[in-house]
Design a protein around this ligand. Structure first.
Ligand code: GAR
Length: 220
């Protein structure tokens, strides 16, 4: 008899190549992964990630935001599409579009996002350029619960990577992206398995599970 909890139905939102979406889809293939990816949606019909997802046999939905007369209308259509596929969790993975507070509230504590910095530092666009300009030695990525204000919300997990003197935007972005691909599947798994308590806008993992190591840069 299978007594495992039913897998949570996850819809992924993308706007482009969808490499994080791919890492989630691949992780969700594991029999014991607590979530299944039921659809990939994009606001850009030409998002290359849609082709990949379709080739995996996943339902894909393209909602061109340019075809809607307002952000409110687009978000209403997006909400209806998410409900139609029976989504229980929405995972934003490079979805580069601001959402209305109404949509975010409808998915309160059921929508997560990945951002390529150690939030709350470096919210917004062109993250890696600003990291390099600021001269920080360590950056990384964050998976968080979505709130109406951009790149805010209870933090579910973070990964840190060093910044090197020789880094260009592209090289740093690639190093952070490698960390994103490890972090996001792990955190979605914990979130889907209901391993967090969210209280007063802070997410507490039910056990401490960091290994206690310290990432130092420069290391002397
Ligand atoms: C990722 O680096 C993701 O963290 C970032 O866009 C990239 C999408 O790449 N998201 C944001 O900046 C959101 N604020 P992908 O399409 O290959 O996953």
């Amino acid at each position: 008899m299978n007594t495992a909890a039913p897998k949570k139905r996850v819809a992924i939102l993308i706007s482009g190549r969808g490499s994080n979406m791919m890492s989630l889809v691949q992780a969700a293939c594991a029999p014991d992964y607590p979530a299944e990816i039921v659809a990939v949606l994009s606001n850009r019909p030409k998002a290359t990630g849609l082709i990949w997802a379709r080739d995996q046999g996943i339902e894909t939905i393209s909602l061109d935001h340019q075809g809607f007369e307002s952000r409110v209308c687009f978000d209403q259509a997006l909400h209806e599409a998410l409900e139609a596929v029976g989504a229980e969790i929405v995972a934003c993975a490079g979805f580069m579009r601001l959402m209305t507070p109404k949509l975010v509230k409808r998915w309160h504590n059921r929508m997560v996002n990945i951002h390529p910095s150690l939030l709350p530092a470096f919210k917004g666009l062109n993250t890696h350029d600003r990291v390099l300009a600021a001269g920080v030695r360590i950056t990384g990525c964050t998976v968080h619960v979505v709130r109406p204000e951009m790149d805010t919300g209870p933090i579910l997990g973070q990964a840190a990577v060093p910044v090197f003197n020789s880094d260009t935007t592209e090289v740093l972005a690639e190093r952070v992206l490698t960390a994103e691909h490890r972090l996001y599947p792990q955190i979605l798994s914990l979130f889907a398995a209901e391993r967090y308590d969210i209280n007063q806008e802070v997410a507490h993992f039910k056990e401490d599970c960091a290994d206690g190591s310290i990432l130092l840069s420069p290391k002397v």
